[in-house]
Design a protein around this ligand. Structure first.
Ligand SMILES: [Zn+2]
Ligand SMILES: [Zn+2]
Length: 571
């Protein structure tokens, strides 16, 4: 059955589309009807048995006919027609709290912006403020609106949720003078998207912890405050849950609330094998009278005959077996990273200069920085002509004179064209220190064609790294169909690396893909794809995803020292 709410939704869409087309009066008529249908207490299907649809306020003959069609088919032909007349992404843009139909149409006409993603890029690169009637503040409001919209999907990106959660955790730790406090759940396991922000504290002074938590300056509303659990909503709309347990049971609670569920199930069955019982309060002898372990996580794992493993591994993907056998991987750490090999400067679509990036990387203790502005095929982001690419090489020489102790490698993020060729000629690519190949267009090829396209690029003698290999954008775009195993096998034999792009929306390759790369033996480059200086910090999340993929230092290209990297590049 078609529900009233679905009928209303279609009528609202019609209204938005008509408004986008600049039609007067009609949009309001559709909206009015939609509102009245939405607020009816009876389902339309029921209602029309005894009444005429035209008795509903705001529903005239034309709209009644359309409602009949929706009730009969679940669709509206008229809506499909309207949709074909304007880019579909414009409707999605209207969902952004700051964007009404008029604004969307204006942005489409003036800046050719057709969807939320393009809107975000335009606002980030300050292309909107120059329009009449817009300014710096409107760009900020648009970006804020987009972030609210993204949260509505229910899952948050790790790169955005983690810093928010860490700030709360640090605040409570300091104000309640707490040592036992940690992020929990998928956030502690560093999954690329997370559902909730959970924080766990161990303290025998619950009131003090709760008071600190609810007094955090960013709190907009205390949603719930119980004896051991509180929930707040921050000013940016994020919800944070805090749970407080007694100090002596903190380890058991932390283990339990970190999960994952599958990991915990397996752990519980190990306990049962020993005649014990494991729950969020501790590891107990079967009748629950005697505690075996509960103060720390280590105590619990040890009692079960296991070596504790980092939270990133706790997904029941073989980590318990590896722990029993003593074959846990020695996971890569942020400190192992010696440089970033995917960065965009002001020469293409970045907003910092090469020199600014160089100083920031030097400050991080990196040995090298790879500059990879876009090639000219990508006209939307101001790709570099061959002449301007050579200009980058000159800039690098100058920057090198001022920033010592950091090697600047000049590369490019080159388009992989539809036939798999790269969009700079070989004699230009030869002048570069390294080459990243990437797909940014023509995503809708079938798996065979896409795989062939990428294999052709991999066979290009100049390709060093295949960037964001599946093209996914979290919560926005599915990966394109591609045979990753074939791609990895080819990359391995060609000596090409695959990228783990650490940009929060991408995180591509993902953890599972990384593990596959490791098993096949293809090297991974963990890059940030930074377009600004703060984005260099995304490396932390890239390394976290690599750890979830069981990667060790040796599996990653940019853990090489400069000397080792140079010899790799010249091989
Ligand atoms: Zn790219
Ligand atoms: Zn890039």
């Amino acid at each position: 059955m078609v529900h009233n709410i679905d009928v209303a939704k279609i009528l609202y869409e019609v209204a938005d589309l008509l408004e986008l087309q600049g039609v007067g009066f009609k949009p309001n008529a559709y909206r009015n009807a939609a509102r009245n249908i939405e607020s009816m207490t009876k389902e339309l299907d029921e209602y029309r048995k005894t009444n005429n649809l035209r008795d509903i306020p705001g529903v005239g003959e034309a709209i009644a006919k359309k409602v009949e069609e929706i009730l009969a088919t679940g669709r509206l032909h008229y809506l499909d027609e309207l949709k074909q007349q304007l880019p579909a992404g414009l409707l999605q843009m209207v969902e952004v709290p700051e964007i009404g139909p008029k604004t969307a149409l204006h942005l489409y006409k003036e800046l050719k912006i057709t969807d939320v993603q393009e809107l975000k890029v335009a606002a980030e690169h300050h292309r909107i403020r120059s329009l009449k009637g817009f300014g710096e503040r409107s760009e900020e409001r648009i970006l804020h609106g987009i972030s609210l919209l993204e949260k509505r999907s229910g899952r948050m990106l790790l790169g955005y949720a983690y810093p928010v959660a860490e700030r709360v955790r640090e605040y409570v730790a300091e104000h309640a003078q707490l040592k036992l406090i940690s992020l929990g759940g998928s956030l502690r396991r560093m999954k690329d998207t997370i559902g909730d922000i959970d924080i766990l504290a161990g303290s025998n002074d619950v009131k003090k912890v709760m008071d600190s938590f609810t007094s955090y300056p960013e709190v907009d509303e205390v949603v719930e405050r119980g004896p051991t659990k509180a929930v707040v909503r921050l000013k940016d709309g994020t919800q944070v849950d805090l749970r407080v347990v007694e100090e002596e049971a903190y380890g058991a609670a932390l283990q339990y609330f970190t999960g994952s569920k599958d990991h915990n199930i397996k752990l519980r069955s190990l306990a049962i094998d020993k005649g014990w019982k494991l729950n969020e309060y501790g590891l107990f002898k079967k009748d629950l009278t005697e505690v075996v372990a509960r103060r720390t996580e280590e105590d619990i794992y040890k009692a079960l005959g296991l070596k504790i493993m980092p939270p990133e591994l706790r997904e029941d993907r073989g980590e318990i077996e590896a722990s029993l056998n003593g074959t846990l991987p020695n996971l890569i750490e942020l400190n192992d990273i010696k440089g970033d090999l995917h960065v965009h400067t002001v020469a293409s679509d970045g907003n910092a200069t090469m020199e600014e990036f160089a100083w920031a990387c030097k400050k991080k203790g990196y040995e090298y920085l790879g500059i990879t502005d876009h090639s000219y095929g990508l006209r939307v982001t101001d790709g570099l002509s061959v002449e301007r690419l050579r200009g980058n090489i000159d800039i690098a020489h100058n920057v090198a004179k001022r920033v010592d102790g950091l090697k600047i490698l000049i590369g490019a993020e080159v388009e992989i064209l539809e036939d798999g060729s790269l969009d700079y000629p070989g004699d230009v690519l030869r002048e570069l220190d390294f080459v990243i190949g990437a797909i940014h267009s023509k995503f809708n090829m079938d798996s065979d064609a896409m795989t062939k396209r990428v294999l052709t690029a991999i066979s290009n003698e100049f390709l060093t790294i295949l960037a964001h290999p599946t093209g996914r954008k979290l919560e926005q775009r599915e990966p394109y169909p591609i045979d990753l195993e074939k791609v990895m096998l080819a990359a391995k034999s060609a000596g090409v690396c695959l990228e783990l792009n650490a940009f929060p929306e991408r995180m591509d390759l993902n953890d599972v893909n990384c593990r596959m790369a490791k098993e096949i033996g293809v090297k991974i480059a963990i890059d940030t794809d930074s377009h600004s200086i703060p984005q260099l910090d995304y490396m932390f999340f890239g390394v976290a995803t690599a750890r979830r993929g069981w990667l060790e230092k040796e599996d990653v290209l940019n853990t090489l020292s400069l000397k080792e990297l140079v010899s790799f590049l010249s091989a």
